[in-house]
Every structure is written in structure tokens, then in C-alpha cells.
Design a protein around this ligand. Sequence first.
Ligand SMILES: *[C@@H]1O[C@H](CO)[C@@H](O)[C@H](O)[C@H]1NC(C)=O
Ligand SMILES: *[C@@H]1O[C@H](CO)[C@@H](O)[C@H](O)[C@H]1NC(C)=O
Length: 434
Amino acid sequence: MEAVALVAVTVLIGGIILLLAVWRSRGKTGSEPEPSDQRANGQAVPEKHPSKKTKQQKPRKERAQQHNFSHPLLASALKAHSGNITCFDFSSNGKYLASCSDDRTVRIWSTKDFLEKEHRCMRANVELDHATHVRFSPDCRAFIVWLFNGDTLRVFKMTKKEDTLTFSPGHDDFPKRHKASIINIGIAETGKFIMTASNDTSILIWDLKGEVLASINTNQVANAYATISPCGRFVASCGFTPDVKVWEVCFGKSGEFREVCRAFELKGHSAGVCGFAFSNDSRRMATVSKDGTWKLWNTDVEYKKQQDPYLLLTGKWCGVEPCRIALSPDARVVAISSISDITVYNAQTGEVEEEFHSVHAEVISDLAFDTTSKFLASTGDRAIRVFHNTAGYRAAIADMKDMLKKATNKGTKDRLQLQIRDAERALAAVCEQS
Ligand SMILES: *[C@@H]1O[C@H](CO)[C@@H](O)[C@H](O)[C@H]1NC(C)=O
Ligand SMILES: *[C@@H]1O[C@H](CO)[C@@H](O)[C@H](O)[C@H]1NC(C)=O
């Protein structure tokens, strides 16, 4: 009897251990089988960035389709990619949105379709490779991509024939120069240089033909994010250290490259900075840090006269990494993603304005406002979700009401009253649609 009981207990314990092991190994792959359900229950854990090999082999056929997301402020969901989207970019003329995915295509969307039911897009194929990053050229007639397998940059020219865009890759890809994984690329709005940044400590500055002009060592242990300012003057980076470093890329009178020199730094966070963003005139920057805060900075300073940027506001941030931060072009709204959630803040008061949960089936890979500050877009799975930026409408109205109080001139008052009325109508229209 005792022997039988012992065997039974042993089998039972063995079974429990086996069950635990299975359960744990499932737990480790976390969001693999049903990511959307897990996230909805708030059980998602930040997943490690997949390594290059697993990224290609990962089965992801059914997953994105399972993810349903709806929200009254969702203006549209752009769907055409058959793989996860890693990056998108609004063209500076505001007309297009380019997105790239591991399905080997770049899609070009028309922003004026955002409120339509159908979202047409043009397709550019990335032969024998796929793009991880995409950026429009300032004249919106070309775009550059970072090639995942090629580990370098490719230029695509766009030509428009009777309303149809065609895309042709340039003759040669750029030479391979980076040793680590690329975290961002960019083309200066001045058209003078291209930037590529990797997750070691290096940033390269290139001319448009693929010649390296300068190499920057950020000395930030591991770069987390880097970008070119919208004015095209600066390159900035953040990483393991609690500062954001900003350099000026200097050119001579006849357009020849001169040097990269230190411009200014944002100092005030007490832990590593995960990301940052510029307003469209480069006069404001927003940062988010592991110290649990986000900050808004005034960078409209004459750094050559030793003026330092200064802090305008510190807001609380209780999210976790991986995260992204976006600042609306007019600097009135800050949006921060945390795994697959997004929180929207008023940049003047620091108050939370909106919260969107489980927006994507995967970690949010990109987050940005459109050029008009009317929409906020995000991606991570196969869809790009576009939200109405109602927080921005409200902030603009509050700003104008403030100005109205201070206005003394009748003409100014009349104009403001008219603008306030228009803005209130626009907001009401958005809310009605939703
Ligand atoms: C850089 O990114 C790659 C791929 O995502 C990753 O394997 C590597 O650990 C990262 N390096 C650092 C220093 O974060
Ligand atoms: C910045 O964006 C706002 C709209 O959000 C626009 O009115 C303004 O002209 C833009 N400024 C620049 C320098 O692009």
C-alpha cells in the first residue's frame, strides 16, 4: 500500500513539475501565442528585442489578424502590409506617409485619405531584403531605407506619372560602415546630409552620395535613440547616460561640409534617457527617461553665446520600456508609448489627456504626429493606427483663450474670437464623428 502511495505521489509531483516547466517556458515566450489577449489582461511583460535570426523565423501568420482594437478617437487603421511595420515617416509637405515592414515592401499612403473608408497605398519592393527604417527626402521625391540584410542604406527615387508613383532604387547602395544594429536614419531638411545611428556609440554623417563626412562617438555607452532636428542643423542622441547630447553639423558658405561640433546638452534627468523628440521648428524638445519622468525643454537658445536650454516642465511617466516619445509639431502635446499602450499628455500642464491600451499586437515600434498636429499615428504590428489629436485641439483653444484675455487691440480680439470659434467647431466635428 505504502509503495503504491509513494509511486502515486512521485508521479503526481513529477506531473506538477512537468506542468510547471511547460507553463514557465510558455511564460517566457510570453506574447507568442495570443499576444492581444495577454496584453488586454495587462499581463504582458516587456519582451526582449528579438535577435536577427529569430526575427526572420518567427511565425507570425495569424497573430496580427487576431488583434482587434477600437477607440472613439481612432480615425483610421491603415492596413496593407503582411508583416510587422518597423518604421514610418510623414513627408515634409504633409502629403504622404511611408511605412516599411519585414514583408519586403515600403508603402506610400496618402494622408488626405485618413478620414476615408478606403486607404489606397503605393508599393515599392525591396528586392531580396527588407527595410527597417524609411525617411523621405526633403523635396519628397525620394526616400531612403535601411536594409536589414544589406546592413546599409538604399535610395529610392519616386517619379509621378499621371497620379501614379513609381519607385526605382539608385544605382548603388551606400558602403557598409556600421558595426552594430541601426536605431535610426534621417535626411536633413536642408538636403545637405544623411545620418545613420547604431546601438553602440556611433553616429555617421554622410553626404547624399554615400561618402562619410564625419563619425560621432556619443560616449553614451549604448545609443538608445538619435535623430536630426527638423531644421536640419542638429543631430542629437541619448543612451545609457542621463543626458541628451546635441551637435551642430556645420557647412561653409558654398555648401561644403566643415565640421560637427558640440552644440548643447539637456541635463536634468536622473537616469538614462529612453527617447526624445523635437517640435517642428526645433525650438522645443521632449524627453522620456527611466527615472519615471518626461520633460519638456526650451531649446530656442543661442548656444554659441553660452546659453543653455532650459526646462519648461516635468511630467510623471509610469510606463516601462520599450517606449517611444512624440511631440506634436506645435509642441502642445506629448505622446509616450509603453510596450503597446499610449498615453497622451498636455505639454503645458503635464496632465494626462488620453490613454490608449493594447493599440497593437506587438511592441509599438514607431509613434509620431502628422505635420498638421491633427493626428497621432502609431505602429508595431501590420497596421498603422491614426488617432484624432483632440488633446491638441483643446490645448490650441486654451492657448487662444489665454491670448484673448491678454489682448488689448480690438482687431486682435476679433481675430482670436473667430479662430476660437473655428477651432471649437473643428473639435466638435471630430467628437461627433467619434
Ligand atoms: C543592439 O541591437 C541588437 C539587435 O537588436 C542586439 O542584439 C544588441 O544586444 C544591441 N546592443 C546593445 C549594446 O544594446
Ligand atoms: C509647425 O506645425 C504647425 C502645425 O502644427 C504649423 O502651423 C507650422 O507652420 C509648422 N511650422 C514649421 C516651421 O514647419
